[in-house]
Design a protein around this ligand. Structure first.
Ligand SMILES: [Fe+2]
Length: 216
């Protein structure tokens, strides 16, 4: 390939990456606009998830992992953006996906789906399946089509430690969900702990130290 063609190809892939997620200011604006439409604790939960994703990614990067802390922060900020459509359950995942896809932010859209399914199993969703059968099938097909990367895994972890008033221990947060919803699938519980260990092995320290909470 000639130099010019290589430059065009490099620019093309850079452009594609840039438009797959919004910049930080745009992400903040989308979250604020979404919250204005449907005020609730989900905005502060999203900001906590963004903080955790950024700090964990910074530590991962420091240890030589190929990860962008700002991108992780943006993805954490927007993972629940589907809640802009109202007080919903499973619908918030596909609503967020459709919304961000309509804006062209493919990677951020995907996180709206993957953050709720560490096991890629729609049946592990804790809460009402308030979407049509067609949308549920679309969700299943999309999940199966994704090859999860560390951004997907990181936001899954951060979602499981993000409380509206700040990061919590993973056990505390999962217990909170269990108490509110009445149950918590054991396999999902175990998978979240596995995710925590996965990132701790890469970071060489505990998640709690990095995000600023005391370990149990
Ligand atoms: Fe969330």
């Amino acid at each position: 390939m000639g130099l010019l063609l290589r430059q065009i190809a490099a620019f093309g892939s850079l452009t594609k990456e840039v438009i797959m997620i919004p910049d930080l200011n745009t992400a903040r604006r989308l979250l604020e606009e979404g919250w204005q439409r449907n005020p609730g604790p989900w905005k502060n939960h999203s900001l906590t998830a963004a903080h955790c994703a950024k700090t964990i990614a910074e530590r991962l990067k420091m240890r030589g992992n190929d990860i962008d802390p700002e991108k992780a922060c943006i993805l954490g900020m927007l993972h629940d953006i589907g809640r802009r459509e109202g007080v919903t359950w499973l619908a918030h995942t596909i609503d967020g996906y459709d919304y961000l896809m309509s804006l062209g932010y493919e990677k951020a859209a995907r996180i709206c789906l993957t953050h709720s399914f560490p096991e890629k199993d729609v049946n592990t969703y804790i809460g009402r399946h308030d979407i049509s059968a067609e949308d549920e099938q679309r969700l299943v097909t999309l999940l199966q089509s994704f090859d999860y990367d560390d951004y997907d895994r990181l936001i899954q972890l951060c979602d499981s430690i993000a409380m509206p008033d700040g990061p919590a221990s993973i056990i505390e947060r999962m217990t909170d969900v269990k108490n509110r919803y009445g149950h918590y699938p054991q396999s999902k519980w175990d998978k979240n702990l596995e995710l925590k260990r996965y990132f701790e092995d890469k970071m060489g320290c505990q998640v709690e130290e990095v995000v600023g909470i005391s370990p149990l």
